[in-house]
Design a protein around this ligand. Structure first.
Ligand SMILES: [Zn+2]
Ligand SMILES: [Zn+2]
Length: 154
């Protein structure tokens, strides 16, 4: 990551700090609201900072939520290949870091003569806490209500 050598600007640091403080995924617009105190007044300012933070490797973009989260483990995160568990009940997001996953995805792509630039897997469902609340003592049926609900939403 060659651009990581260039220091972050003040705006970028504000965006990063706001995201860290939220400790949850935020959209650019939600960030803008939190950053007005620092003189931010246009979404483009936020987007510009976010793009740089993603490029540098401290923030991930969650496509399915159109939101951003800070990387939870920059030392082990292989930014090209990342996975997130997104709870549809409480909105909690956990970054899943696993070397075997990364290696197997890279291997799979290679076996198809494909050179991937990046991949973000976004798993939707229930976190452990919400799954327990939803179906106490019955783990096997947890996946069903979520699928039904998604179908209705569409
Ligand atoms: Zn990460
Ligand atoms: Zn949850």
């Amino acid at each position: 990551m060659p651009s990581a050598t260039k220091p972050l600007t003040e705006n970028q640091l504000h965006v990063l700090a706001a995201l860290r403080a939220a400790n949850a995924p935020l959209t650019a617009y939600a960030l803008l609201e939190r950053l007005r105190v620092w003189g931010f007044n246009a979404p483009t300012q936020v987007y510009r900072s976010l793009n740089r933070l993603v490029e540098v490797g401290v923030v991930h973009r969650l496509e399915s939520l159109n939101a951003y989260v800070t990387c939870t483990d920059a030392d082990h995160c292989t930014f090209g290949f990342t996975a997130f568990a997104i709870c549809d009940s409480c909105g909690g997001v956990e970054e899943l870091i696993d070397e075997r996953f990364t290696a197997s995805l890279a291997h799979l792509a290679k076996s198809h003569a494909f050179t991937p630039a990046n991949a973000t897997v976004e798993l939707h469902g229930n976190c452990g806490q919400c799954a327990d609340d939803r179906a106490p003592g019955c783990k096997s049926e947890q996946a069903l209500p979520i699928n039904d609900r998604n179908r209705i939403d569409e």
